[in-house]
Design a binder for this molecule. Structure first.
Ligand SMILES: Nc1nc2c(ncn2[C@@H]2O[C@H](COP(=O)(O)OP(=O)(O)OP(=O)(O)O)[C@@H](O)[C@H]2O)c(=O)[nH]1
Ligand SMILES: [Mg+2]
Length: 384
């Protein structure tokens, strides 16, 4: 038996903090998952919204400034509210070492407070990864402008930030209701957090530790996320296809990433060749040789299944501006009728190396990952 010098050391403390209304609502979904070793919490100016996430730990900020009514779509107010309560935010984050921030960019609290919370958490030594949504096309131009400014502001205040355009939800034909679309985004963020936490906290033959993540992601900046799933025969092809067609992944960004985290999860039957094929296909997505850490997580319950997640950070800005993340392409589209469906583009297109062989093996449509609530609609209600 190992005698631990200090048992509390070495156990990573992870916190997921939703900021603003969207942030709180999304992390409520994460809380329901009860990820072991992960604390889920919410920060908001609006008392009413905190009431909607009463089951999770929470902190009301800017009470003097906003009187509990929210930041009124003004990020300056969100920022001030966070600064007003900087000490309380520090206490709230405490000694957590890995902090995920989740917020919707486009209004006051999430946009204004998230960079401040990120900075405070980093000052306390945490590695900070932020998932931030950007507005739907149907939202007014001012929200897109606010979000754009918010993304500039968050740069350098957190270690890694992953912008997730809400508008991409329109590209998924299976999403019919607004609630289903929002629930899908909840699921996207949950999956990303779960994949990172699994390789970090649950361990396995090739697990990663916080030091690996720090080396990889400290100050890495802009990141893109993708995930894929396959089952049974042809599951590797299923995963690769899922990764490359993931609606929130931007091909060009993967090519330009400098720091890449790969997480592979499978059952006890996870094949040696499968790990190799998958790693090679993922490696082909990147131009050059990014620093890469791969975690492999095995779970009895994943027998016959395979899942992979790629978080590619340190994305170098594109040379041609049009190739930059199409976060705000929606602004122009919004002026026209309806939404422009998103088509994943540029996947390994400019590396000069062959793209992953998506059709290498027959892909069973049924095996492509679909969130559980879409597979089994519960009386048409997606969330609840
Ligand atoms: N995916 C998703 N996006 C949302 C949701 N609610 C809001 N958003 C997006 O998040 C942006 C910010 O909205 P909120 O989170 O409600 O705003 P807030 O941060 O609370 O700011 P204030 O209300 O001004 O204090 C919006 O412009 C939307 O694009 C949600 O439930 N899911
Ligand atoms: Mg609000």
């Amino acid at each position: 038996m190992i005698e631990l010098a200090k048992p509390e050391l070495g156990r990573v403390k992870v916190q997921v903090v939703g900021i603003g209304n969207a942030g709180g609502t999304i992390v409520k979904r994460v809380a329901r998952e009860r990820l072991a070793g992960v604390e889920v919490a919410a920060i908001n100016t609006a008392l009413k919204d905190l009431g909607n996430v009463a089951e999770i730990r929470q902190l009301q900020i800017g009470t003097e400034l906003t009187r509990g009514h929210g930041a009124g779509m003004d990020p300056k107010v969100g920022r001030k509210a966070a600064l007003e309560d900087a000490n309380r935010i520090r206490d709230f984050i405490g000694s957590n070492e890995l902090v995920f921030l989740v917020a919707g960019m486009g209004k006051g609290t999430g946009t204004g407070a998230t960079p401040v919370v990120g900075e405070l958490a980093r000052e306390q030594g945490a590695l900070v990864i932020a998932f931030v949504t950007t507005p739907f096309d149907h939202e007014k131009r001012c929200h897109h402008d606010i979000a754009e400014e918010g993304l500039k502001e968050i740069q350098g205040k957190v270690d890694v930030y992953v912008p997730l355009p809400n508008q991409r939800l329109y590209s998924l034909p299976s999403l019919v209701t607004y609630e289903q679309a929002c629930a899908f985004m909840d699921e996207v963020i949950l999956q990303a957090i779960r994949a990172i936490v699994d390789v970090l906290l649950r361990g396995g033959r090739m697990s990663l530790d916080l030091a690996d993540l720090r080396t990889l992601f400290k100050g890495a900046g802009l990141a893109a996320f993708s995930t894929g799933y396959g089952k049974g025969e042809g599951r590797v092809a299923g995963v690769i296809r899922g990764l490359s067609e993931y609606p929130f992944a931007q091909g060009g960004q993967f090519e330009r990433a400098r720091n890449v985290l790969v997480s592979i999860s499978g059952g006890p039957d996870l094949g040696l060749k499968e790990v190799d094929e998958l790693s090679t296909a993922i490696g082909n997505l990147h131009a050059g040789e990014p620093q890469t850490a791969t975690g492999i997580y095995q779970d009895e319950s994943l027998q016959g299944e395979l899942r992979a997640m790629v978080l590619a950070a340190g994305v170098v800005p594109a040379e041609e501006p049009q190739d930059e993340y199409e976060l705000f392409a929606g602004r122009e589209a919004a002026a026209r009728t309806g939404a422009t469906p998103y088509r994943p583009a540029g996947w390994a297109g400019r590396t000069g190396r062959p793209a992953p062989e998506r059709e290498a093996a027959p892909v069973d449509e049924d095996n492509i990952e679909v969130p559980a609530y879409l597979r089994k609609p519960r009386n048409g209600v997606a969330k609840g």
